[in-house]
Design a protein around this ligand. Structure first.
Ligand SMILES: *Cc1c(COP(=O)(O)O)cnc(C)c1O
Length: 364
């Protein structure tokens, strides 16, 4: 099988989904499995569903159509506000979408009526991270607008924090979301069924909250897939971190001066990485680069340390090892690396399930 290769342990993904579903359900919080970092792999989606997630979400319409084909009975949400140029496809592939723009809502409603459907709408509330959503003061107006569109049904409100500005989804922010929910319900005379509080960055809050207010859904990707949370990139206790590992092949091993020589300017990706040691170092090159992975969150086996990565070369310090050309090196990756590896056509994906559940049509 060609290298680099990403191995995906579907059993670990199911276990993580199950652990999170079980811990959040006593608080009345359901889990939407977010598949985008796994390029909406049907096997990954199926593994999440086996762990009890109540629906699937993805930010790309192309990914949703993959999910639709593989999991026809799953509830699918587009978790990024739709492009006007893709409206009809959104209505076809997604049961629901996240929204913040009146012009998009209007077109969604028309497309839904044309297709004979009712499209569910979750309005996004901006609570300070400065990504998507309308300010709390404008949500009521937007909600009234949705109510007037025959092709749409307003099912809830959502918010997203931590992703753009690192704003923490704490008790204060979540209470604010609950307050806006009540306000919209009062103004529009309806009951919102979905209050989508955020992503894996909300776990710190959710798992320690005394009262989660009206929040009844979290959209979880990173924590299910990698067992980590994005605020501090820490391991979430009880979750497995080894669901994905990346293997690359050594193509050069040479003892070289530890310091580069010559006049210094920019490297391929900005400032050159500084090397700390002097004397000589055994340097190995892995045939993998930024087209396939990302240094952020990459964990090499003990004894190897990263020196830098360009498009196609991953330079590592292998001093004191007997690493050789042709060897394979297996590493763990962070969220950015996972996203890149899943998206790269150069990375072979091998999905496996340690538990044979093929009788139920799952796994492979
Ligand atoms: C990506 C995304 C998520 C999932 O985030 P994780 O940190 O991977 O759990 C949730 N909501 C929205 C809107 C997203 O774009």
């Amino acid at each position: 099988m060609t290298l680099p290769r990403l191995d995906i342990d579907l059993g670990a993904i199911t276990q993580n989904a199950r652990a999170l579903v079980d811990r959040l359900s006593p608080m009345g919080i359901q889990v939407m499995g977010v598949t985008k970092a796994a390029l909406a792999s049907p096997q990954v989606a199926s593994a999440m569903r086996a762990g009890g997630v109540h629906g699937l979400g993805d930010s790309r319409v192309q990914n949703l159509s993959r999910l639709r084909a593989a999991e026809p009975d799953a509830h699918l949400t587009l978790i990024r506000t739709p492009m006007l140029s893709q409206i009809e496809e959104v209505v076809r592939q997604a049961d629901a979408s996240f929204n913040s723009e009146p012009v998009v809502l209007e077109q969604l409603s028309r497309a839904a009526l044309r297709l004979g459907r009712v499209h569910e709408v979750v309005l996004m509330v901006e609570l300070g991270d400065l990504r998507e959503g309308v300010g709390a003061a404008d949500v009521v107006d937007l909600a009234r607008g949705v109510d007037r569109h025959k092709g749409l049904r307003l099912t809830g409100l959502g918010t997203n924090l931590a992703c753009q500005s690192g704003i923490v989804p704490d008790a204060h922010k979540m209470a604010e979301l609950s307050r806006v929910v009540t306000e919209v319900e009062r103004a529009c005379g309806l009951r919102l069924t979905v209050v989508s509080g955020g992503n894996s960055a909300n776990l710190d809050w959710a798992l320690s909250a005394e009262d989660v207010g009206r929040v009844n859904e979290l959209r979880l990707g990173e924590s299910i897939l990698l067992g980590t949370e994005p605020l501090h990139r820490r391991h979430v206790p009880g979750l497995r971190t080894g669901a994905f590992c990346l293997t690359a092949e050594v193509i050069e091993v040479q003892d070289k001066p530890a310091q580069p020589w010559g006049k210094v300017a920019q490297a391929a990706f900005g400032a050159p990485s500084q090397r700390v040691s002097d004397g000589f170092a055994r340097q190995a090159i892995l045939a993998i680069g930024r087209q396939d992975a990302d240094l952020d969150g990459l964990t090499l086996p003990a004894g190897l340390s990263p020196l830098g990565m360009s498009s196609d070369h991953f330079i590592i310090d292998a001093s004191g090892t007997s690493i050789a050309v042709g060897d394979q090196v297996t590493m763990q990756l962070g969220y950015a690396g996972l996203l890149r590896a899943m998206t790269s056509p150069f990375v072979t994906k091998r999905q496996w399930s340690p538990v044979k559940v093929s009788a139920a049509g799952r796994g492979q």
